[in-house]
Design a protein around this ligand. Sequence first.
Ligand SMILES: Cc1ncc(COP(=O)(O)O)c(C=O)c1O
Length: 474
Amino acid sequence: MDSRVSARTLANALGGWRTREPAYEALADGIRLLCLDNRIAPRTSLPAERELATALQVSRSTVAAAYRSLRETGHIRSLRGSGSVTRPLGSRDPGRADPGDGMIDLQQASPPAWPGLAGVIAEVASAAPSLVARVGYDVLGRPELRAAIARRYEQRGIPTTPDEVLVTTGAQSAIHLVSSVLLGRGDRVLAETPTYPHAVDALRRAGARLVGVPVSVDDGWDLERAEQAFARTLPVMAYLMPDFQNPTGRTMSPHERDTILLAAERAGTVVVLDETTADLDIDRGPVPPGFQGGEPGSVVRIGSLGKTVWGGLRVGWVRAEGELIRRLVAARPAHDLGTPELEQEVAARVLSELDTIVAQRSTLLRAGRDALVDALTLHLPRWRLPQVHGGVALWLGLHAPLSSALVIEARSRGVLLTAGPRFSIDGGHDRRLRIPFTAPPEELTRAAEVLAEAWEQVTSAAPMAVVDPVGAVV
Ligand SMILES: Cc1ncc(COP(=O)(O)O)c(C=O)c1O
């Protein structure tokens, strides 16, 4: 069924859209970006011109001109009786560049495969006759792999039996499954803002009403807001990334962990920890024990080999008490019949070498981070660069709320990025930009050069946006 977006929702999603003149082109760009980010799905009816004009406090002719511009670029079409409807962006994955088209794609933070992986896959493939003699997939996960995952938790000081592990097709599938089992329509879910956007999509789809708790590069988790949010809204679930939070790169201090856990326990909230990025240490030293504690049943952990080994492996997992694992197993077949055994076999072998792999990852991520920081310091000295000690990305501070305009401009110059607001759960972050440092250093250096040109263009088109915090134009 086709969907609609209300004028109010669209106005909220557009945030600080008025970044340049003419206003109608800035508005059209804002809507284009929402389509590119998939925040407006294809075949969605846009609000009537008059309603959107009222919500945005602009003239109807501005909205009419923006819609005309969107029609000309093929982003919407007008249908008699249904108004203006967004068009599919073609058959390719809307979030990715086509290989070989010369674009630098920094939308995903996908490190290249661990170099030893091809050899492990070849070894496993040589046993293909016995693998294909079996059913080849299962809902719970192979016992050897679940035992290997349980052992990793044991090594971190988190007692775990294989019965407390369920293997999924990546962490995203785990987030979706856990949300669909734990949540009902209208349930409150506490999440960091900014956060990992695909998790937000999955939580919302499961019916969640999100309550945002700010986390920032400089100050970490806003504990006062977190305590209030737990106490006032009694969320059913909290979705958090305690180690190298995506996108800020922050890691919770023991005090932050304890405070959040205590507030969650008092509110009766299940804390879902997404530890997909937890092993991606660059210069913090040996990985600390991680988020400990919690009553059995109140902490669920999600992990993945997507960043440490290879996104293409599609192996992730849930660690939870046995009762919840049984509920997840029962619910899973409705949308997914299980994880392929071939991939599980590869994952089980790779897990035994994970410490070596993580060390290799650290070297690779350090090269990417350092190249990006050097290039941005050189070409964009006024941007605020965070100091990150791990994870996949820099969450940068721009000196004007022009993230969306910059992303549109950079796209036309061959660099694909995701604007700050995509990581927000309640609007804002137009002064922020996430740049993953998982790409090769040469690409990151080139991207910084392109961004400097694009920034020059968008700031000269919107001089009034470039003000310092006390309001002076700088
Ligand atoms: C925090 C976080 N969670 C989950 C995922 C999805 O992981 P997977 O590729 O294992 O589905 C990602 C991938 O970017 C991520 O950054």
